[in-house]
Design a binder for this molecule. Structure first.
Ligand SMILES: [Mg+2]
Length: 220
């Protein structure tokens, strides 16, 4: 059992890398904080292109009011754009396990909503011995937010990623940059909801409200 487990623990994953996980996490965090909720975010490991202007942990920390080094421990931040365990190996740094990431995952007391942003997609390497599904198994989140592109190809990507989570937690699909004026986006959303029976959201503010009102249990 994680000490100081937030009242609602939300794992943010995605169909792939660069699909909007950090943007959605930060947007939800800002909405919740503006309502007086206590929010924290954690990025158990991150890797990035050293030419990038900012890191995920910096963006998340700006949204939650936490220090970047609190969001992602500096020794789990890898300045090469490969999956974190591969980046660690490429940089000659020590390897790490899913258990290491879980052990390092700490929270302040009395957090209403805690966001854990993973890296890549559910089956991307997250540690030497596991992926986001392994992290989710250890974490037992109340909700998984699966961020996905809204355009062509997303139905296959969403269904495969959704299936990977099985019955670990309720999964809500967040269509990033959804534009209701586009026939393709509307058709994708409709298929995911009606044919695949998935829960789909397109607005981080609306999703943030559903997390706390009336509670994450409503996703089950
Ligand atoms: Mg990110």
């Amino acid at each position: 059992m994680t000490p100081n487990r937030p009242r609602a623990l939300v794992l943010v994953s995605g169909t792939s890398t660069e699909v909007g996980k950090t943007w959605w996490s930060a947007a939800m965090a800002r909405t919740l904080r503006s309502q007086g909720r206590s929010v924290a975010a954690r990025k158990p490991a991150q890797s990035f292109d050293p030419d990038d202007a900012t890191t995920d942990a910096a963006v998340l920390g700006a949204a939650t009011g936490e220090d970047e080094a609190t969001v992602c421990a500096p020794h789990r931040s890898y300045e090469v754009s490969m999956a974190p365990p591969m980046a660690a190996a490429a940089l000659g740094r020590p390897g790490f396990s899913i258990t290491d990431l879980m052990t390092e995952l700490t929270w302040p007391a009395d957090v209403d909503v805690g966001f854990v942003e993973s890296a890549g997609g559910p089956r991307s390497p997250l540690a030497d011995d596991g992926d986001t599904i392994a992290l989710a198994t250890a974490l037992a989140p109340d909700l998984v937010v699966l961020v996905a592109d809204a355009g062509l190809g997303t139905i296959n990507a969403v269904r495969l990623a959704h299936d990977a989570f099985g019955t670990l937690a309720p999964v809500v699909v967040a269509l990033n940059r959804y534009d209701d004026s586009l026939t393709l986006h509307r058709a994708n959303r409709g298929w995911l909801e009606a044919t695949s029976g998935l829960s789909v959201v397109t607005d981080p503010n609306a999703l943030a409200n559903r997390i706390v009102e009336p509670g994450v249990a409503s996703f089950r």
